[in-house]
Design a protein around this ligand. Structure first.
Ligand SMILES: CC(C)(COP(=O)(O)OP(=O)(O)OC[C@H]1O[C@@H](n2cnc3c(N)ncnc32)[C@H](O)[C@@H]1OP(=O)(O)O)[C@@H](O)C(=O)NCCC(=O)NCCS
Length: 216
């Protein structure tokens, strides 16, 4: 058997995907730098994909263990509807019952995020017509630079091609991530400066929105 295998996500992978999302949420490093509740953050980052569109997710196994994933959606408009009207209200309630805001780190992050959002830093052109799909890709630290990201990407792009999806777009704050997407044939569609991590990094965070056409 091959040591590295890319395969469709199954519900047994849910916990591994959530754990990797937590370990990689800060530009490839652990989310604990800016947030103290793994359960809430994993819900925020992964629950749409694992619970509402699992068929668009892929994992890569390295020596029998899930080492990374692509969580995807073929239609970002549906994702946004479910996220804003279903997932976010449930998360707000969960955060309340877990007293998440009483934690200083969480409070500072959520306040900065709210300010950033209200200042229009998340405003971006509507890409949902030309690039209706989206994705998140993350690999555990020890699994990087071995071609696994590229294998995952090819599996996901093949899936989108079979579904006749016109294009895919996604955002990254990571410069290393940006060079990976360029290598995979993505182009920069939009660049944003966001302030919500300033209390940690000391400066603005540059977010690149990348896109790739799939069917013409
Ligand atoms: C970005 C990521 C998905 C790439 O997957 P990968 O398996 O490491 O990448 P591959 O081995 O398939 O491809 C390597 C290419 O990606 C780019 N790249 C990946 N990691 C890089 C790094 N640390 N520094 C510079 N370039 C990097 C380079 O173009 C590299 O090509 P090269 O080896 O010829 O220089 C993976 O490294 C990762 O999960 N990183 C942490 C989280 C992250 O940044 N996610 C991005 C979306 S937010």
């Amino acid at each position: 058997m091959q040591a590295e295998t890319v395969r469709p996500y199954t519900k047994e992978d849910r916990q591994a995907v959530r754990a990797i999302a937590w370990q990689t949420a800060f530009m490839g490093g652990p989310a604990s730098v800016f947030f103290d509740d793994e359960e809430l953050l994993a819900d925020l980052l992964t629950s749409y994909f694992t619970d509402h569109e699992p068929q668009s997710c892929f994992v890569v196994e390295d020596s029998g263990e899930v080492a990374g994933y692509i969580t995807g959606s073929t239609y970002v408009r549906r994702l946004n509807m479910v996220f804003f009207f279903e997932i976010l209200p449930r998360l707000a309630l969960k955060a309340f019952f877990r007293a998440a805001l009483l934690n200083k780190k969480n409070f500072a992050f959520l306040l900065a995020l709210a300010k950033s959002f209200l200042n229009g830093e998340f405003a971006a052109p509507d890409l949902s017509r030309e690039y209706p799909a989206t994705l998140h890709i993350n690999l555990k630290e020890g699994a990087r630079r071995k071609g696994l990201g590229s294998k995952l990407m090819h599996a996901y792009l093949g899936y989108l091609f079979d579904k006749k999806v016109a294009g895919v777009h996604m955002a990254t704050m990571s410069e290393k991530g940006a060079s990976f997407f360029k290598k995979e044939g993505f182009g920069v569609l939009h660049v944003q400066e966001r302030t919500y991590l300033k209390h940690i990094t000391g400066g603005n965070t540059r977010v690149y929105i990348f896109g790739k056409k799939i069917t013409l």
